[in-house]
Design a protein around this ligand. Structure first.
Ligand SMILES: [Zn+2]
Ligand SMILES: [Zn+2]
Length: 293
């Protein structure tokens, strides 16, 4: 049987995450995966058809089981002609997750939160794709600190909600207070509106305004992919801080209630901490349930 697999392996090493993509038939993938023994906590996304799933299981079983790693296997329902890749990096002293969403079909990419490591982030975004836009979940310093250097590498427009402009424009001064060097970010090119639809190639994300952690916090919801980039609103087991300047606990409550409406199987990619799902948070997150604060 001739089959080609595409595996995206997210590896977490000493607090920073990287992703690697492996393509090819199972017998070729096995040695390549095995030759990378530094991998710890791999999270593997399999983009393949059900037909080749057993081939994938064989590869993973042989390569990873002896190492006793925790595996998280997801079988994508995506067609090869319609592939999406989401890479992330965890950057800076606040361990901020920044994401690159890539439509492999149209070869367009978007950076979500230029929080740091601008060279790495830019290299990820332009690896086989054209960086189309930079979307900001909000304007806090740890999410904007790489924007000035990113602008030097790309003129991709920066999109953010207007209500976070005071935080965004104050980032450099805030950096001096926190001892966290932050170059003044370039001006925002376009302001996001609640409910508008953004595109990356063939894929659409709805902008959902979720004030509370900051007045202009937004999430990007890829409904067809059952994935939401939630910024600092909802975390695995927790929520964003509401004791910072311009934060508002009551608004946060309403924003969490909006997210509560989403289906259980929506993947949540947060601004900090590990990936989770709406269903998992519904069961275990003490802040998420309506009326809990
Ligand atoms: Zn924040
Ligand atoms: Zn943050």
């Amino acid at each position: 049987m001739r089959s080609s697999l595409k595996l995206i392996v997210y590896e977490s090493k000493s607090g920073s995450s990287v992703s690697r993509t492996y393509c090819g038939p199972p017998h070729a993938l096995k040695p390549r995966l095995a030759s990378n023994p530094k991998t710890t906590n791999p999270c593997i996304f399999i983009l393949t058809s059900a037909k080749t799933f057993f081939g994938v299981l064989t590869v993973l079983w042989d390569v990873y089981l002896p190492w006793k790693f925790t595996l998280s296997i997801r079988i994508g329902a995506l067609k090869v002609s319609n592939l999406v890749k989401i890479d992330w990096l965890t950057v800076g002293p606040f361990q901020t997750n920044v994401y690159v969403f890539k439509c492999l079909e149209s070869q367009k990419s978007v950076i979500v939160d230029g929080g740091g490591e601008p060279q790495k982030l830019h290299a990820m975004a332009t690896d086989g794709a054209e960086l189309a836009e930079i979307w900001q979940t909000h304007g806090h310093i740890d999410h904007v600190a790489g924007l000035a250097d990113l602008r030097a590498l790309s003129d991709a427009p920066i999109l953010m909600h207007r209500a976070d402009l005071p935080l965004y424009e104050g980032a450099e001064a805030q950096g001096r207070v926190y001892g966290f060097p932050c170059k003044a970010p370039p001006s925002v090119d376009r302001f996001l509106e609640d409910g508008e639809t953004l595109s990356v190639g063939a894929h659409q994300a709805k902008v959902i305004l979720l004030p509370g952690h900051s007045p202009g916090s937004v999430a990007f919801y890829f409904e067809e992919l059952k994935t939401i980039l939630s910024g600092d609103v909802l975390f695995a087991g927790s929520m964003g801080r509401v004791d910072l300047p311009l934060a508002n606990p009551r608004a946060m409550r309403e924003s969490l209630d909006k997210l509560w409406e989403l289906p259980d199987d929506v993947r949540v990619l947060s601004g900090h901490g590990p990936e989770t799902t709406i269903g998992t948070e519904r069961r275990r997150n003490p802040y998420f349930a309506p009326g809990s604060f």
